[in-house]
Structure formats: structure tokens, C-alpha cells
Design a protein around this ligand. Structure first.
Ligand SMILES: [Zn+2]
Ligand SMILES: [Zn+2]
Ligand SMILES: [Zn+2]
Length: 422
């Protein structure tokens, strides 16, 4: 049985996260989205732990139930430390098999002086290696995954704070780290180019800070939604596929300076250099340029194929394929000429995901004619174009999301002209 998982999310106890992030809402929205296994997020935060304990039902296989939604205990932590003269800031995901193990780990970390109260994504004043040592000694079954591994400021391979080598980051624990999270600004094919990652499962999750963002990236695992099966799937790379943002939409795809209005593609960066022509400081080097730095293979060597929207490598056929999608609310907003936060879009979204199909199914599988019947021709056309990758994206850079356009302006003005004839 395959299942859809979103294992990097946050609760309302993480900084800059929505106050709506409680378990009943997470369960409700996971049904809207079509997610079978949710991470709880923030499982080391004492108030969130109390809530989890009181509302979730222990299934006994490392998962916990609320309504029809299964959860596993997850958290993200930030390791901030200096090593060999440079400062590293690395975000790490930890998955734990029981509430008891979250309490035990909290106790050990608190005794070491770590503040778990002020942020659901706590800061660890220790190296990733020291963190692995503690986590695995408290809970040998724990799973550790480096988060959004290419983001410049907070990740394993980040241009500003990371490492060039996986093994320099994790040392003796490298082989016990079974997967990596691609983050929004990279997709699996970019990661297939880096041979250091050949033995790792390539994972995608939403890193949602609010309910509508859940499931914007997910991983479809091959086994059962239990903790033991999840570990096996990670170890054996038993992954059916991932659903991705178009990486250009991510906040750090290109390089540049937002305030100076400077954006460079990797080629431009190579030509013009890393110094900002406006403020003369170093540019924030984006994910694409960083992948180029660490890549051991070219795109051509991967022999990428597009099999009705599923992207695969002909040269590395064992790698799980992926689809790139745009969130349904964005498609609705553009089709209705409205904003994602408008009531019109919200109401239509709710109606579609409760009466037609969950969002991920609408985006990938629901018959276009059925979408047209419930939502109108234009929205159906929008979904079709997203499935076919027929859209334009202004790439994101320096902490700014890329801008997606599904319908182009020429078409729009032609339509307006036709309408004005009547
Ligand atoms: Zn993070
Ligand atoms: Zn996060
Ligand atoms: Zn600048």
C-alpha cells in the first residue's frame, strides 16, 4: 500500500507560524489535501507535547490517530555552531517512534541547557554530530533527515552556512542518515546530479507554516504508514515518487539581492561574479548555482524523460520520479483574477476539496471534464496547463518566492477584445 506523507510542518508554537495550527485543523486540512500521514511538527515543545498527549490516540505502531488522520511525531531543530573557524546553521528533521521518546529527549536536551520553550523549532547550540549522538543514544529508532538541504542560510549544503560534503556534516553518523529533504527551491533531478546523495532517499515535504500550505510538497512512500515501515522505506529508498513545487517558485532558486533588485541565473553569476553591482556586498548565492557547484553529473547524463507529467531519469531508472505542481488555490486565484486570500477563492477551494476530490487528486488525477463541470472551463484549463507544465515562472531569489503565471497576458487581452465585440 502506498501512502502520501507530509512530515515537515510546524505547530503554532514555532516562530512566525499561524495560530490555527492545532491538531483538529491539521487533521481537517490533511483530508482536504489528501495526505495520509502527517508529521505533528514541534514534538519537543512542552505545550505542544501536552496537547498531543491529550488529543491523539496511540495506535501502537508509532503512529497516532485523530479523526481519520494518522500522525507521527516529528520536529525540526536548528543546529547553530562554529567548527573549524566557520559558523554553521543547519536545520534538521527528527522523527520519533513514541510520545515517551519525545519526553525523554526533551528531558535530556533541557538538562544540557537547551531552551525548548521559546520556539517550536528550537535552537541547539551543538553540532549536527553532537545532536545525532544524543538523539540516537536516547532513541536508537529515531530518524534524522537534513531539512531543505540547499537553502543558503540554514542547511547542509547551504552556500552561506553549510558544508560541501555530507560526511563533513554528519561524520560517523553519515550512514545512519537515510534521506534528505530537497526543499522548495530544488527538485529531485537537481539532487540526482550530486553523487554524494546516491544512497539517500530524496524526500519532499511542505514545511508549512499555515494550513493552506500543507501538502504543497509531499512524498509518496511504498510501505505502510507505520513508524517501522517508514524507517524501512527510507533505508531501502522504497519511494513511489514526490510532488514538488516548480523549483523556480522557491525563495532561493536564483542568486541575487532583493533590496538591490539584482537577480542572476547560474550562468549570469558565473559571468558577472558574486559581488552585488549595487551595494558591493556578496550576493545571496541561490540553490541552482550551489547545485552546479557540487554536481558530479550534467543534466544530459541523467537523460531526463517526461512520462505524462512524471519526470524520471532514463539513466538512473531506480530513482523515484516526481511531478511538479502549483497549489490549487493559486490556480483558482489566477483563473478568477483574484488573490489567494480572497473569500471567493477560499469558498471555491472548500467546495471543490469537499465535494469533488482532495486537492492532490484534483491536481494530478481527476478528469479535466469533471473539474470543468464543478469549477468551470477556465479553472479546468488551468489545472491541465499545470499538469503539462505549460506555465511561465519568474524565478525566486534572496528570500522572495518566484511568480507563477498560467495564463499569459496576450491571451487575456484577446479574450477581452472578443468580449467587447458584444
Ligand atoms: Zn528550516
Ligand atoms: Zn521548517
Ligand atoms: Zn546588493
Amino acid at each position: 500500500m502506498a501512502y502520501v506523507a507530509d512530515l515537515h510542518i510546524h505547530s503554532r508554537f514555532s516562530r512566525a507560524c499561524s495560530s490555527q495550527l492545532n491538531i483538529p485543523n491539521l487533521a481537517k486540512w490533511s483530508q482536504f489535501k489528501g495526505i495520509d500521514l502527517m508529521g505533528t511538527g514541534d514534538c519537543l515543545h512542552p505545550l505542544w507535547q501536552t496537547e498531543l498527549k491529550s488529543v491523539l490516540k496511540d495506535v501502537g505502531d508509532g503512529t497516532y490517530l485523530y479523526g481519520g488522520t494518522k500522525f507521527i511525531l516529528t520536529t525540526e531543530v536548528a543546529c547553530i555552531y562554529s567548527e573549524g573557524g566557520s559558523v554553521h546553521r543547519i536545520h534538521i528533521l527528527i522523527f520519533l517512534p513514541s510520545l515517551d521518546s519525545t519526553f525523554k529527549l526533551s528531558e535530556v536536551l533541557t538538562k544540557k541547557g537547551i531552551n525548548l520553550v521559546s520556539d517550536g523549532r528550537p535552537i541547539m547550540g551543538m553540532s549536527t554530530k553532537a545532536l545525532c549522538e544524543i538523539v540516537f543514544s536516547v532513541e536508537p529508532k529515531a530518524l534524522i533527515i537534513p531539512a531543505h538541504i540547499w537553502t543558503p542560510w540554514f542547511s547542509l549544503f547551504g552556500s552561506e552556512s553549510g558544508y560541501d560534503k555530507f560526511s563533513d556534516c554528519f561524520g560517523d553518523f553519515s550512514d545512519q542518515i537515510y534521506g534528505i529533504e530537497t526543499g522548495l527551491s530544488s527538485e529531485p533531478a537537481m539532487n540526482w546530479r550530486v553523487s554524494q546523495l546516491d544512497q539517500k532517499s530524496i524526500l519532499s515535504f511542505s514545511d508549512a507554516h499555515s494550513l493552506p500550505r500543507l501538502g504543497r510538497e509531499v512524498t509518496i512512500f511504498g510501505g505502510q504508514p507505520s513508524f517501522l515501515d517508514l524507517s524501512k522505506d527510507l533505508k531501502l529508498k522504497n519511494i513511489i515518487g514526490t510532488i514538488e513545487f516548480f523549483p523556480e517558485e522557491g525563495k532561493y532558486h536564483y542568486s541575487g539581492h532583493r533590496n538591490c533588485n539584482v537577480v542572476y541565473s547560474p550562468e549570469e553569476l558565473k559571468q558577472k561574479g558574486e559581488v552585488c553591482p549595487v551595494c558591493k556586498k556578496r550576493l545571496t548565492v541561490g540553490v541552482m548555482a550551489r547545485v552546479e557547484d557540487l554536481a558530479t553529473r550534467t543534466n544530459e547524463q541523467l537523460e531526463i524523460i517526461n512520462d505524462s507529467g512524471v519526470i524520471k531519469s532514463k539513466a538512473y531508472p531506480k530513482r523515484a520520479g516526481f511531478r511538479m505542481l502549483v497549489q490549487l488555490e493559486e490556480i483558482l486565484a489566477e483563473s478568477l483574477n483574484s488573490s489567494v486570500s480572497s473569500q471567493k477563492v477560499k469558498d471555491l477551494y472548500q467546495r471543490l476539496v469537499t465535494t469533488l476530490d482532495p486537492e492532490l487528486k484534483i491536481l494530478t488525477k481527476t478528469k479535466i471534464e469533471l473539474i470543468a463541470m464543478s469549477a468551470g472551463e477556465k479553472i479546468a484549463e488551468g489545472v491541465k496547463r499545470v499538469r503539462e507544465g505549460k506555465l511561465t515562472i519568474e524565478p525566486g531569489y534572496d528570500n522572495t518566492y518566484g511568480k507563477v503565471k498560467i495564463f499569459n497576458e496576450e491571451e487575456e487581452s484577446k479574450k477581452q477584445e472578443q468580449i467587447s465585440l458584444f
